[in-house]
Design a protein around this ligand. Structure first.
Ligand SMILES: [Zn+2]
Length: 179
């Protein structure tokens, strides 16, 4: 009788563990998939950037963490494909853990934190994500963009455009996509 009770209790504990493991995975997945807010900002002197936000978002939600700002006037001019490349570039900075609150405490538009290496890493990451989704056009347009004139870029602290173009093309080639 006692043994039977133990077997039943053991089964209950196993079921509870299974339930909590499943719940843990679901919560983790929803956290990972949580959308980073993308906010329109016509004062932004660039297509897009990542900054840190602490407070109430335009949608009324309390938020603390990295957000993506984009300038809708510029995204319309450069078109959806190049915009998508820069969007993925900004997500790459977040995924690669480049973004810290301290960089943006006095200036939300600060871009001096980023190193040349981080820029190239973010470009490579964005290229990998886009090509793994079969999106070649944003990558092709990014190579063209960095090979040519870049009127909206804060180029002072960024790697030279040609370096970025070569780096993106190299990353694509390593995935078997040649432009
Ligand atoms: Zn960047």
């Amino acid at each position: 009788m006692r043994e039977e009770t133990n077997v039943i209790e053991g089964g209950m504990i196993k079921m509870k563990r299974k339930y909590f493991t499943l719940l843990f995975i679901l919560v983790l997945a929803s956290l990972v998939n949580a959308q980073t807010p993308e906010i329109a900002d016509t004062n932004l002197p660039d297509i897009a950037m990542v900054t840190w936000f602490s407070g109430i978002l335009p949608n009324g939600m309390q938020y603390y963490g990295p957000i993506i700002l984009y300038n809708p006037r510029i995204t319309i001019q450069v078109g959806p494909y190049l915009t998508e490349f820069f969007r993925q570039h900004e997500y790459a900075h977040i995924a690669l853990n480049h973004i810290q609150e301290k960089y943006f405490l006095t200036n939300r538009y600060n871009y001096l934190w980023v190193s040349n290496q981080q820029e190239l890493q973010a470009d490579s990451y964005a290229t990998s994500v886009l090509l793994s989704q079969g999106q070649t056009e944003p990558v092709r347009q990014a190579i063209q963009w960095f090979s040519g004139v870049q009127p909206f870029k804060n180029s002072l602290m960024h790697p030279a455009g040609m370096d970025r173009a070569f780096n993106i093309a190299r990353t694509a080639a390593s995935m078997g996509v040649n432009f």
